[in-house]
Ligand binder design. Structure first.
Ligand SMILES: *Cc1c(COP(=O)(O)O)cnc(C)c1O
Length: 371
């Protein structure tokens, strides 16, 4: 029986490190509601992410949902369907309509040449996704947003620590939302953050209030908020994991280099190419299988890996605009590139502790499917 390898495995700090970090909680009895761990992690992340402001939340989804609420957006938001359920759900759960823009086939992010045709007088914002840590064309998006007076919120759930032109990716757009879920490059068990610039200080106060029921002061509740405060144990995990981030990203890089050396230049397999002027985080290793040239389909490759107890995942399939939850409300043929990719993409295992020999083995199994 071959050992099971999943697409990811959560990073953990040494146990002693975590125990040490949480031990003074037993003196303070302060478990949640913006305690010392929360404030410490907030300051550390502001630095690490190279952004002007950070608010910590229970998860990345609430970061998106409350950001949309805090910006007081209305009507329609332009987004992409090649993402995790959260992005689309955050829009719909705020009572707004997602308008789906196609992606570009090279880096899977929003196709900036197709945004303007989707803008109507109901459009209030653009919500693009830095898919797999590939960054969107932030310069073009900024220009479009300025021309039509739209807000820009980035779903940066995959882009922890990514830099563009030496600037933290969380400093682009009006708001960027990160996820610190257990499966992400950096985790706080569950967690997330909203990053924003100094010019949006009021927005920051609103997020702070909305993550705590809309409470402004002891006797003033002036917004219908949620409960989305990161607790002290999650923040402590973040403090410990952050210390190991650079090592963690270096191991990921080494594994990605190994995959690339084995799977590059194979007819019918397309890899995710590094982008110019981007400092990567090596979050995922997707391959796109063109069945005509490769001689096997994505599903066949996935099945072959599973026979060896290796569980790759179809990130992202199905597209969010085909979810049963929406009862056929959206026309998937309006996003043909996303549809094409979602049927052919497979994300291979990648995490800090993955053995480089397993990368060789996984690559060989993929290659053995070629006809
Ligand atoms: C993980 C993820 C989220 C949601 O983050 P959670 O912390 O799990 O709530 C949102 N968008 C994308 C693209 C994600 O991958």
């Amino acid at each position: 029986m071959e050992k099971e390898i999943f697409v990811t495995k959560s990073s953990l700090p040494p146990l002693e490190d975590y125990v040490n970090e949480i031990s003074n909680i037993w003196e303070s009895h302060w478990l949640t509601n913006m305690g010392i761990k929360h404030k410490t992690l907030q300051a550390l992340l502001k630095d690490y992410l190279d952004v002007e402001n950070v608010e910590l939340l229970t998860n990345g989804h609430m970061a998106l949902e409350l950001s949309i609420q805090a910006l007081n957006l209305q009507g329609e938001i332009i987004t992409t369907p090649f993402t995790f359920a959260s992005t689309t759900h955050a829009i719909v759960r705020n009572g707004l309509s997602p308008v789906f823009c196609d992606i570009n086939p090279d880096d899977f992010t929003i196709d900036v040449n197709k945004i303007e045709a989707l803008i109507t007088d109901r459009t209030s914002a653009i919500l693009p996704v830095h898919v797999y840590g590939n960054i969107c064309d932030v310069d073009a998006i900024k220009n479009i947003a300025a021309k039509y007076d739209l807000k820009v919120l980035y779903d940066a759930a995959h882009a922890f620590g990514v830099k563009y032109k030496n600037k933290g990716i969380g400093s682009f757009g009006d708001v960027s939302c990160f996820s610190f879920h257990a499966t992400k490059v950096f985790n706080t068990i569950e967690g997330g953050a909203v990053c924003f610039g100094d010019k949006n200080k009021d927005f920051g106060l609103d997020i702070y209030r909305l993550k705590n029921f809309g409470i402004r002061g002891p006797e003033i509740v002036d917004a219908v908020g949620a409960n989305a405060k990161m607790n002290e144990f999650c923040a402590a995990m973040g403090i410990c994991n952050l210390k190991r981030m650079d090592v963690c990203i270096q191991s990921r890089k080494r594994l990605v280099d190994e995959y690339r050396s084995r799977l590059s230049n194979v007819d019918g397999l397309r890899l995710d190419e590094p982008q110019k002027e981007v400092e990567q985080n090596y979050a995922y290793f997707p391959i796109v299988v063109d069945e005509k040239r490769f001689g096997a389909t994505r599903n066949e490759v996935m099945k072959k890996l599973a026979e060896h107890n290796i569980f790759a995942r179809k990130y992202f399939y199905p597209l969010t605009n085909t979810f049963d939850a929406f009862h056929g409300r959206f026309d998937v043929n309006k996003t043909p590139v996303a549809l094409y990719i979602s049927k052919r993409v497979l994300t291979l295992p990648l995490y800090e502790e993955l053995d480089i020999k397993d990368v060789a083995r996984i690559s060989n199994i993929v290659l053995s499917c070629k006809k």
